[in-house]
Design a protein around this ligand. Structure first.
Ligand code: ASP
Length: 429
């Protein structure tokens, strides 16, 4: 019977069983069992997803671009996609700013809790600070330099260099259009065959998804709760309102902003969209990585939402690297929260600065776990807030990362659908 269930149901069952098992393991105190025998399967699943991300981007982007008849269509597609991504990010940051100003979660954290959190997490903080230091010393145009790789093989060897691989794939695809067809038919056929092979690998990997998600959930829960269920519960209570503000913002994006975009620009119903994208959301939630989720997002968007490969192969990988609505909202909420806990009143100009830097910082965040909190340091710096404030929110960053990644991935899929429609390439039912 289980065999005939749709993929999302199987993944959901894996996730729920993972949560139940995780709790039982903590209650019975057999965490080492989870670390030794369950966690490795989660890591294998994650590796499989990461393994196919780069070849998938390359093959599918090149075959998508070479299917376009002329280069000007590509630049139109690029401008449209990036503009939509920036608009949704600005909306997300604004929602975050409004919510955090109304709820004021920082005013509920007392002096004693503040000192405790700052002490407990300052070690972890040093690591993140180091990571961000390199970034803050760079030229403002460094992001442009970073897009162009000096060596394509080394770019393809790191999942954080997605934009570099996208750049090379676009260059390759454009050149393929410009060279006379008779000379490159073999190359085009090869790439299109390669693309089919990689999509088949995605299908195979997805068979393992319910088990992978199960293992990831067990190890996440065990890592997060540690050995002391009571103190984790306490922590949640003191940071609960902050977390709730982020979660409310994320729900607003999912339940209001995205459906509105879909409603204005397409005829795809809310229900159909979310049913199609649900497996990708579950994988995003359990991996906290939109980059690792890309193969699943692409598969769902193409198969279920009927967005053609020539659109999704461009819009989705670009989205994974630059479009992070969940992350940008979280960065805005976290910044204002930290200011409030430190008793610092923010001016209107500072709030506007947060709007701009959170938008840029989310663009600069890679689609990997914890990237958002590193880039948050830049937002804090921009308004002169103490970076130590990060220690306040580190404790519950992982669950929030899971949720914001889910939103990030959903945003990419929504824009892919809207762009496909605007290009007249969407089969809507
Ligand atoms: N984990 C997020 C993502 O992959 C980025 C972040 O907010 O940390 O989309």
């Amino acid at each position: 019977m289980l065999r005939n269930l749709p993929l999302y149901a199987k993944i959901l069952i894996g996730m729920l069983l993972g949560l139940i098992f995780g709790f039982l393991i903590v209650i019975f105190g057999i965490q080492h069992f989870a670390t030794d025998y369950i966690k490795p399967f989660g890591t294998i699943f994650l590796n499989l997803l990461k393994l196919i991300a780069m070849p998938l981007i390359f093959a599918s982007l090149v075959s998508g671009i070479s299917g376009l008849s002329d280069v000007s269509r590509l630049s139109k597609l690029g401008i449209k996609t990036i503009s939509l991504y920036i608009v949704t990010t600005i909306i997300a940051v604004s929602i975050g700013l409004v919510l955090v100003s109304l709820i004021r979660p920082g005013s509920y954290v007392n002096e004693a809790k503040r000192v405790e959190l700052l002490e407990k997490y300052s070690f972890d903080l040093a690591k993140r600070q180091q990571a961000a230091e390199g970034i803050t010393q760079q030229s403002p145009l460094q992001f442009l330099v970073d897009i162009v790789p000096e060596n394509v093989v080394s770019a393809a060897s790191s999942n954080t260099s997605m934009l570099q691989v996208i750049f090379f794939a676009i260059l390759f695809g454009v050149a393929l259009i410009l060279v006379p067809n008779s000379k490159v038919t073999a190359v085009k056929d090869f790439i299109s065959g390669l693309n089919d092979v990689i999509l088949k690998i995605v299908d195979i990997v997805m068979l393992f998804a319910p088990f992978g998600v199960f293992a990831l959930m067990v190890s996440l829960l065990v890592d997060f709760v540690g050995t002391d269920l009571g103190s984790s519960a306490q922590l949640f209570a003191s940071l609960g309102l902050y977390a709730l503000t982020v979660v409310m913002g994320l729900i607003l994006i999912i339940a209001l902003v995205y459906p509105t975009f879909l409603w204005i620009y397409t005829k795809v119903s809310f229900k159909r969209f979310y049913r199609a994208i649900f497996p990708a959301q579950l994988v995003a939630f359990s991996t906290s990585s939109s980059a690792a989720t890309l193969p699943v997002t692409m598969e769902q968007v193409e198969k279920e939402l009927k967005v053609p490969n020539e659109i999704s192969s461009f819009v989705l990988p670009v989205g994974v690297t630059i479009n992070m609505d969940g992350t940008s909202l979280y960065q805005a909420v976290a910044t204002v929260f930290i200011a409030e806990v430190f008793g610092i009143e923010l001016t209107l100009v500072q709030l506007l600065t947060i709007l701009i830097t959170a938008t840029l910082a989310s663009i600069g965040s890679a689609g990997v776990p914890g990237a958002g909190i590193v880039m948050l340091i830049i937002v804090l710096n921009s308004v002169g807030l103490p970076v130590e404030g990060l220690a306040l929110i580190l404790a519950i960053d992982r669950p929030l990362d899971m949720l914001r990644t889910t939103v990030n991935v959903t945003g990419d899929a929504m824009i892919a659908t809207v762009v496909a429609k605007s290009e007249g390439k969407l089969i809507e039912n």
